[in-house]
Design a protein around this ligand. Structure first.
Ligand SMILES: [Zn+2]
Length: 237
């Protein structure tokens, strides 16, 4: 797990190491909507929560749809989908809370998990190209009373992300985010954070596709792969 300290909280980005899954899901697969054994995924999730010092009942997540909707959490989830396969999840790609000790989780396997934190609030965003193009970063930053800092987790790099013209067109207004058909999603996230007034940005700068030893990659593994997680939480002050 890669941890990043932020104002008032911490972000943690899981790797594929330290879990119990096998085959293409080896080993710390946190994605239950895969062909992996759900019981193994639940054990992996228990381990990931423990590594972050969080209890599984206090981790909130959603059903990700590459959109820009956010859910604000005023308490822990009533039906904790992190622990229970089949729980009803809101179709959201971002989470926000001001509660301490409540983990906000997104899953990814090339998309970027992006954490935002100010001393009073934290947010976790699932940022693929669609969400970034549609303004998820701006939408989340607007919910903060004070400008947040950000942490960008592992995701597919410009080295490995060839895209079609419709994707390039979505970012035609941004300088330096593409080289030919190779899109640098990380550079897009930096640009969107800058536009949203986020000045401090920590970046783990790791490409999921280049590092099969560390990460699952949807593109590299042709869709048969696991999911890593990005988690953020406020620390009690
Ligand atoms: Zn790469």
């Amino acid at each position: 797990m890669i941890e990043v300290g932020l104002p008032g909280g911490r972000a943690a980005f899981t790797t594929r190491r330290g879990g119990v899954s096998e085959g293409p899901y080896k080993s710390l697969n946190l994605g239950i909507l895969t062909d992996d054994d759900p019981e193994r995924v639940i054990e992996n999730r228990r381990r990931a929560a423990a590594a972050a010092g969080l209890t599984p009942e206090r981790i909130a997540m959603g059903w990700q749809v590459h959109g820009t909707e956010l859910r604000e959490w005023g308490g822990p989830p009533e039906d904790p989908g992190y622990q229970r396969p089949g729980a009803t999840l809101d179709r959201v790609d971002g989470h926000l809370t001001s509660l301490a000790g409540l983990g906000l989780l997104v899953l990814a396997a090339d998309c970027l998990p992006v954490a935002l934190a100010s001393p009073a609030q934290v947010a976790m965003l699932h940022c693929g190209w669609r969400g970034l193009a549609a303004g998820i970063v701006q939408r989340a930053a607007e919910r903060f009373a004070d400008p947040p800092a950000a942490a960008i987790g592992p995701g597919i790099g410009g080295c490995c992300y060839e895209v079609g013209p419709e994707v390039l067109a979505a970012f035609a207004d941004l300088d330096g985010v593409a080289d030919g058909r190779m899109l640098d999603l990380r550079a897009v996230a930096h640009a969107k954070l800058r536009q949203a007034g986020v000045e401090r940005v920590e970046d783990v700068d790791l490409c999921t596709s280049c590092r099969p030893d560390l990460f699952f990659s949807h593109r590299r593994d042709h869709g048969i792969t696991g999911r890593q997680g990005g988690i953020v939480w406020r620390e009690a002050s």
